[in-house]
Design a protein around this ligand. Structure first.
Ligand code: ARG
Length: 711
């Protein structure tokens, strides 16, 4: 009997297709199939999402990468501190270091322009699979098919957007192209920072605690979205007025308890839950270790060149935070996949699938070759791997080289006849890139740029003979001289100068006498070939992955959620602790007492003295959690999230706001590949800690009042 149970458990853990309760990042159109009442939801699915009436989803905001929500009738938005980090960085200087000190607007007039930030609110969602697939007709060749589909998508979205810059249309494909859904958003371009706590609260514990539990981080920031008086999502202007959202979230009346039902609405970025062992092997053996190694090198370099410069530290802060975050995540993936024999388990799972397929001649005919065809595609990647790595890492070769390469690339694309032009380089997209160009300069610090370009060229020089970028031979023969001449003479450090270059021809760019454009021109054909290789790989692999999913359906026939792709998703799960190791049991709550315990006075555990004073005086206002007899700081629950969900509203069974999701736990770092009921947790900041800090620490009770009325 025991053996039977063990075998059953093994089967379940091998089988990503028996979807667990509480697993999944579901589309809004799938809510009805989830039986949520049974798990404790006190609302109807139509209270959450209703295309005909205001519902909770109308309060959910996408920040272009992160998630957020409206929490007042006057456009107040709450998200994570790390989501507003870029805006704080762009507004910071040596005199005003908002990253370290935080920012509080005492009046509306003092709110700080969140440069580069947009708030998107979903207006419409529609399945348009038939239209899209019809356009591809009976075309068999995956690359050609992909191209036609991209063109249809481009034409459809451009027609919807028209000449409005406050409308954003996106057609996202689900299940590797089995379904296409149109999402239309209203885009508010005037977003302002209202309150960001100091880094010693908003990012307490920084990289030491990142991806970890127990956690004690006040990872939140308040923003406000503004619109023109006529309701359009205009750019920043003092005449703009706060957005009046169709719906906004109300703060929960009750404190969070162990076992409570919770749900999250947000925008998870990307998962790979339905991949094969070929893909896993590639990532585990090549891609992740390579990225960890590269990022570590870049981080060391950034630390070295900014050690004595506060300005330098501010300029590279955002790049650094991103690299550190991904590096630790990928390290964790490697560890957890290795420890749990993930690859071996995948292979075993596939052999069971193969047995099933082989038993049925019809299925064998259809799907018998899919796994080996996928592997064969991965094998082709090996041939150009070293060169591909260098070309891919170009985005970390310094701000100015990146700018030169992308302007030159756009200009060359524009010079191609329509039939050969990549639909992603439409005039509209080039225009958008041009508009955003100035944002790159907030991260520009010349010494870091020089060092990154030098590093990249050294990598070019070290390429194996059969993958050499020969057009760069004479540049890499004297790297230091080239870098010095490039930066000593460049005019590209002026963003207006750079912007105007989008309207030049490639010949004019080459004739500028800018070494960085010489570099861009010399790299062009290799980059172009690389992108074509990538496009071909993507089209072919997507086609095969779609068939792999069909085979899995034939085997298990289970209703699935699509992999995350930056579209709005729903996930639910109970508040729960977990057992990270033998004899160790984690509770689901941390408290202010824990913040104090971690305090060393040294960054990143340098709690502000005022917080200590509030703690000593037990000046907690109405924010104490009676069961903990303390303020709840962070909690863990079983929602299924990934990067992009950061800042998402966490709600209770009644749809009231209880917190903000901001992280996942280290023990479940392979969660993008497979859900783990026992180990995977979402880490959220309790809304009561957010409000305590806002009212008692920052003295901004007026924001609490704006959210809650008179409590
Ligand atoms: N790990 C979080 C995520 O990706 C980001 C946390 C940001 N904080 C930090 N210390 N880097 O979603």
């Amino acid at each position: 009997m025991k053996r039977c149970i063990a075998a059953l458990l093994l089967f379940i853990s091998l089988c990503p297709f028996l979807i667990h309760a509480e697993e999944g990042m579901w589309l809004l159109s799938q809510l009805d199939q989830l039986n949520l009442k049974q798990y404790g939801l006190k609302l109807k699915p139509s209270d959450i999402y209703n295309p005909d009436k205001p519902s909770i989803t109308d309060a959910i905001v996408w920040l272009g990468g992160c998630s957020a929500s409206f929490v007042s009738p006057e456009g107040l938005i709450v998200t994570n501190h790390h989501c507003a980090f870029g805006a704080l960085q762009r507004a910071s200087s040596e005199e005003h270091d908002y990253i370290t000190d935080g920012f509080l607007a005492k009046t509306r007039a003092n709110e700080l322009e969140a440069i580069g930030m947009n708030a998107y609110v979903l207006q419409e969602m529609k399945d348009i699979t038939d239209d899209i697939l019809k356009s591809a007709g009976a075309i068999d060749d995956p690359v050609e098919r992909d191209r036609i589909i991209k063109e249809t998508i481009k034409a459809t979205t451009e027609a919807i957007e028209g000449d409005r810059d406050d409308v954003y249309a996106r057609i996202a494909d689900m299940y590797n192209g089995k379904q296409y859904i149109l999402f239309v958003y209203k885009r508010y371009q005037d977003v302002r920072v209202v309150y960001a706590p100091p880094r010693s609260i908003g990012n307490y514990g920084d990289e030491i605690d990142n991806w970890m539990w127990p956690r004690h981080c006040g990872d939140f920031t308040f923003l406000r979205a503004y619109m023109a008086p006529d309701g359009s999502g205009a750019r920043y202007s003092p005449d703009n007025v706060p957005v009046a959202p169709k719906s906004y979230l109300k703060v929960a009346k009750q404190d969070v308890k162990d076992g409570d039902f919770t749900f999250i609405l947000g925008f998870p970025g990307s998962t790979t839950r339905f991949r094969t062992s070929s893909s896993l092997r590639w990532n585990l053996n090549y891609s992740y270790p390579e990225i960890v190694h590269e990022y570590k090198e870049i981080l060391t370099l950034l630390d070295d060149v900014t050690r004595d410069s506060k300005e330098g530290q501010i300029r590279v802060a955002r790049l650094k935070a991103g690299l550190e975050n991904t590096m630790k995540n990928f390290q964790g993936r490697i560890e957890s996949m290795t420890k749990t024999n993930f690859l071996e388990r995948k292979i075993e799972f596939e052999s069971e699938l193969t047995n099933f397929i082989n038993e049925n001649p019809d299925l064998k005919q259809k799907y018998g070759a899919v796994l080996s065809q996928i592997q064969a595609l991965y094998d082709t990647l090996e041939m150009t791997k070293a060169q591909d790595d260098v070309l891919q890492m170009l985005r970390f070769s310094g701000t100015l080289p990146e700018i030169a390469v992308s302007i030159y690339g756009a200009v060359r694309e524009r010079e191609k006849p329509d039939s050969l032009r990549n639909p992603e380089f439409s005039e509209r997209n080039i225009e958008k890139a041009k508009e955003k160009l100035h944002l790159h300069y907030y991260g520009y610090y010349e010494p870091a740029d020089r060092a990154m370009l030098t590093r990249m060229l050294k990598q070019v020089a070290a390429l194996p003979d059969d993958q050499r970028l020969s057009e760069l031979d004479d540049i890499v023969a004297h790297i230091d001289g080239f870098v010095a001449s490039a930066y000593d003479s460049t005019k590209l450090d002026n963003s207006e100068f750079a912007e105007a270059l989008y309207d030049k021809s490639s010949a004019e760019l080459e004739a500028l006498g800018e070494p960085l454009f010489t570099l861009a021109a010399r790299m062009y054909s290799a980059r172009d070939a690389y992108h074509k290789r990538q496009e071909k790989f993507a089209a072919n692999i997507t086609n095969l992955r779609r068939r792999y999913i069909d085979a899995l359906y034939a085997w298990k026939g289970t209703a699935l959620y699509p992999d995350a792709n930056g579209t709005m998703r729903f996930t639910y799960g109970n508040v729960a602790g977990y057992k990270p190791a033998d004899a160790v049991c984690y509770k689901p709550f941390t408290t202010l007492k824990g913040v104090i315990e971690k305090n060393t006075g040294v960054v990143p555990f340098n709690m502000p003295p005022k917080l200590q004073e509030l703690y000593d005086a037990k000046d907690y206002g109405i924010w104490t959690n009676p069961q903990l007899n303390d303020i709840c700081v962070n909690f863990t629950h079983r929602c299924d999230i990934t990067g992009g969900n950061s800042g998402s509203a966490v709600m209770n069974a009644k749809g009231e706001l209880i917190g903000l999701a901001f992280d996942g736990n280290y023990e479940a770092m392979s969660s993008d590949w497979q859900y783990d009921y026992d180990l995977q947790r979402t880490i959220s900041v309790d809304i009561r800690y957010v409000l305590f800090i806002t009212e008692k620490f920052a003295g901004a009770g007026y924001l609490v009042k704006e959210m809650m009325g008179n409590k």
